[in-house]
Design a binder for this molecule. Structure first.
Ligand code: ATP
Ligand code: MG
Ligand code: MG
Ligand code: MG
Length: 438
């Protein structure tokens, strides 16, 4: 992509309405545009990152055996009456009436709809287990939408639903998701801590929230200080394992959200207990037959008797993750994208766009990087070098490759790693080789 063509409306000034770094930086980097309170248009740069985050989520769901489908955003109130949640859900639910006076709603989550789909097609225990997910927009009429995409009203969520014959199977499904979530967040450069959590309106008895520690987080959390330096995936469980040991190990180190934390029963000594703020990026639940019973999601068991299926649900805040990643990875100059979610891998900066030799080398580098599949944003604009560097730092691409007339005479270009600020002058071919392998 050439900057001269790219729709990238960066801002120099800090928008007054943004209270936290991620919101400020997303606005300044031209990633989003608020269209109504808590509702955003995703501009090309933001959309590119959102797709990368979604793709990582998707790959880890697929790897854990879940299957993707796509359910609609609009649901019928009738389904929610079957589960008994239509009235309970309250004002967070956006209720809609169509021209025939039928009651609809914009889905805040999909337990009812997936249970209905499941029960229509699955009749026998032989078809279990099943785990189905989608990545779809949700709407919750949050009383206080704020912090940009962190607490939007319309937001992108990955939600999946597991169906098992018995509690034993359902708990295995739960553990698989527990591991898949740790992998998902680690791939995005995030350290997510699984914390014992309240089950809230979804109901049920076993639940973990995945929390990114951050001062700007909206959740109060408590954990053992060992979590701060723990890499849970350093010794990943073997493929095909029942994950019992893994799960037992990482749920035994204390971590709980403030709803679940009880100072009276918490056994962690005070000097080892961390009290902090965090961002909830994912939440998993095992809730048994809470929906399958009232909605009649029943299969014939091995002895022919009907069994209400055991279910769990698992959510990831895909759009919130973008805010969480930026909160965890930025400096005073802008965003520092982890490689895996960066909108482009390399920013190619031509310091003197009207210099024929510089332009020709840049064109050559740009063509070679593209040919090697390295996503490159080529700043070919006729702007001051200072403005170009500032924009590149702001949008936070992992590598900056700078071509200027002085270096060109000596046959070198400058390679900068955004995360460390480290700069090196290298011969052109060496710089290319490094970017292609990195
Ligand atoms: P919160 O406590 O932040 O209100 P929640 O517990 O209501 O979130 P869940 O029902 O657990 O949310 O939904 C699954 C995931 O969806 C959450 O873990 C979070 O990452 C994301 N999410 C929920 N509400 C929002 C929102 N308003 N904006 C962006 N993401 C959200
Ligand atoms: Mg909520
Ligand atoms: Mg919550
Ligand atoms: Mg939650």
């Amino acid at each position: 992509m050439r900057s001269s063509q790219f729709f990238l409306p960066t801002l120099k000034e800090t928008p007054a309405e943004a209270q936290i770094a991620s919101h400020r930086l997303m606005l300044r980097a031209g990633m989003i545009r608020q269209t109504s309170a808590g509702i955003y248009a995703w501009l090309p740069l933001g959309w590119k990152v959102l797709r990368k985050i979604s793709q990582i989520v998707r790959e880890e769901q697929d790897a854990a055996g879940a299957q993707e489908l796509l359910m609609p955003t609009i649901q019928s109130a009738e389904l929610w009456r079957q589960s008994g949640r239509y009235d309970d859900y309250g004002k967070e639910m956006l209720r809609i009436t169509d021209r025939h006076d039928r009651e609809l709603l914009y889905g805040p989550t999909n337990e009812e709809m997936i249970t209905d789909i499941f029960k229509t097609f699955v009749r026998s225990y032989k078809d279990l287990p099943k785990n189905l997910y989608h990545i779809q927009w949700k709407f919750r009429d949050e009383i206080r939408p704020r912090f940009g995409v962190m607490r939007g009203r319309e937001f992108l969520m990955k939600d999946n639903y597991s169906f098992d014959l018995d509690a034993e199977g359902a708990k295995l499904s739960y553990r698989k998701m527990f591991l898949a979530y740790l992998r998902t967040f680690a791939r995005m450069g995030l350290k997510a801590i699984p914390m014992r959590a309240d089950t809230g309106p979804i109901g049920g008895d076993l639940s973990h929230e995945f929390i990114i520690l951050a001062e700007t987080g909206e959740s109060g959390v408590f954990c053992h200080k060992d979590w701060l330096n723990l890499d849970v995936l350093q010794n990943p469980p073997e493929a095909g394992s029942d994950l019992k040991d893994f799960f037992a190990k990482y749920t035994s180190i204390y971590a709980a959200t403030d709803e679940k934390h009880d100072p009276a029963t918490c056994e962690v000594p005070e000097d080892q207990l961390v009290s902090a703020r965090g961002i909830e990026v994912g939440h998993i639940f095992y809730f048994g037959t809470k929906y399958s019973k009232p909605m009649g999601a029943v299969v014939a068991g091995p002895d022919g008797e009907p069994v209400a299926v055991e279910m769990g649900s698992y959510g990831i805040g895909v759009s919130r993750l973008m805010g969480a990643i930026i909160e965890s990875s930025h400096d005073e100059n802008g965003i520092i994208w982890p490689d895996a979610v960066a909108p482009f891998h390399v920013g190619l900066i031509n310091l003197k766009a009207d210099d024929a030799a510089c332009a020709s080398l840049c064109e050559d580098l740009y063509a070679k990087l593209n040919a090697a599949g390295v996503e490159t944003l080529y700043d070919d604009r006729n702007e001051r070098p200072g403005a170009k560097f500032a924009d590149m730092d702001l949008i936070g691409l992992p590598w900056q490759l700078t071509v200027g007339p002085r270096g060109l005479k000596a046959g070198v270009v400058e390679l900068k790693r955004r995360a460390t600020g480290e700069k090196r002058e290298l011969p052109v071919e060496a710089a290319l080789a490094e970017l292609i392998k990195a």
